[in-house]
Write a protein that binds this ligand. Structure first.
Ligand code: PMV
Length: 364
């Protein structure tokens, strides 16, 4: 796909619409093979694959007004959960101003953005995948309204999401998505994610219960974490490990070999954390309770021969993955044994989702 496809057209003096509203609900996603390390304009050092979630989502509504005389930068107001939020406004403005080449219409519009999350901001779970994909979908919709093109270009929305927050580009698609060029996935690309349709029934509606082990801000931001990979002496080995695992996970997804699938998923989480431990400076992102949850999950799996696995983002919270077929008994174990390890017993019970939807009003 030629790169020029994503460089937006300038709006002529007769836009198809002069004002309007675009609103999207977009979910978070959990990576199974992890992206950790980037270069250039937010390009990944290795491919990744994720499962799109459904209950952890962001709703974003963007109102736009066309301004005849273009300006050099974007103009916007930003409200988070109903209140003006200067820190978020600044972050979004920096992002938009840095990407006017991709969205030239930004020079001709005033934007009023409001965003809400389905999960508490303090839950310690990353919100950038859902929030940035929701915003990107609104921007892609506004661009197509102004240009009078028929439909929103989902791949462009994925491309814009990636520029805002790498992992967000995978949230644009339902079920499973791959981001980053991989010889195992035809059509995969570093610039945007692609949907993955081919998977075994056992993974349908897979659960992801997120154990809120800590609700503190992350001790290291993703950007700082990615940067640490630049000088990590194990970086090349890590990137080739991830590339190789894309092939293995593809095989296990298609064949339904869920125990093999889970082995890779757990290894991936530990590899990501190992990279942070041996970075300079070093970060230990797990807490004793993270380790306790991991040990309990492994013990339960062994004792019950149950396909239950953990994965981690770059933080202490634990994602517990299991198929729908064992949901009832597994949820009792999670509630009784893992619940006490969580802040106020808090668990976000999430599941595979069908991707973003356009909305007309906030549901939150
Ligand atoms: O999208 P970022 O820059 O917040 O990076 C996210 C990286 C991980 O969540 C740790 C892994 C991944 O692939 O989502």
């Amino acid at each position: 796909m030629p790169r020029s496809r994503f460089v937006g057209r300038t709006i002529d003096s007769h836009p198809k619409k002069k004002s309007g509203t675009s609103a999207w609900r977009s979910p978070s996603n959990i990576a199974l093979v992890k992206y950790w390390g980037k270069h250039g304009r937010q390009l990944p050092r290795n491919p990744s694959i994720s499962m799109t979630l459904s209950r952890a989502f962001t709703e974003t509504m963007v109102q736009y007004e066309y301004q005849e005389y273009p300006s050099d930068s974007s103009h916007l107001e930003f409200y988070f959960e109903g209140k003006p939020n200067e820190a978020f406004r600044h972050r979004i403005k920096t992002f938009l101003d840095g990407h006017i080449d991709v969205m030239p219409f930004l020079k001709n519009v005033h934007l009023s953005i409001e965003s809400r999350n389905s999960f508490p901001h303090s839950a310690g779970i990353a919100s950038s995948a859902s929030s940035m994909s929701a915003l990107a979908l609104c921007l892609a919709s506004i661009e197509s309204e102004l240009l009078g093109t028929e439909e929103i270009d989902t791949t462009k929305a994925s491309y814009i999401s990636r520029l805002a927050s790498g992992s967000a580009c995978r949230s644009v698609f339902p079920e499973w998505a791959v981001w980053g060029q991989s010889s195992f996935y035809e059509g995969s690309d570093d610039q945007y994610a692609i949907p993955v349709g081919d998977y075994h029934e056992i993974y349908r509606d897979m659960h992801d219960d997120i154990l809120i082990i800590s609700d503190h801000e992350k001790s290291v931001s993703s950007s700082a974490g990615h940067k640490l990979m630049e000088d990590n002496i194990y970086a090349d080995a890590r990137f080739s490990q991830a590339r190789h695992r894309m092939g293995e996970i593809k095989e296990h997804l298609a064949s339904g070999e869920i125990m093999q699938f889970g082995k890779i998923v757990e290894d991936e989480a530990l590899s990501l954390h190992a990279m942070m431990m041996c970075s300079d400076p070093s970060f230990i992102l797990m807490t004793p309770k993270t380790l306790e949850a991991i040990q309990c999950i492994r013990a339960y799996r062994k004792e019950n021969e149950a396909p239950i696995f953990f994965t981690l983002d770059a933080g202490p919270n634990v994602h517990v993955l299991y198929p729908e077929s064992i949901a009832e008994e597994t949820q009792a174990f999670i509630q009784n044994t893992l619940g006490p390890l969580c802040v106020d017993g808090r668990i976000i019970k999430d599941q595979m989702g069908q991707g973003p939807t356009a909305i007309t009003e906030f549901s939150l």
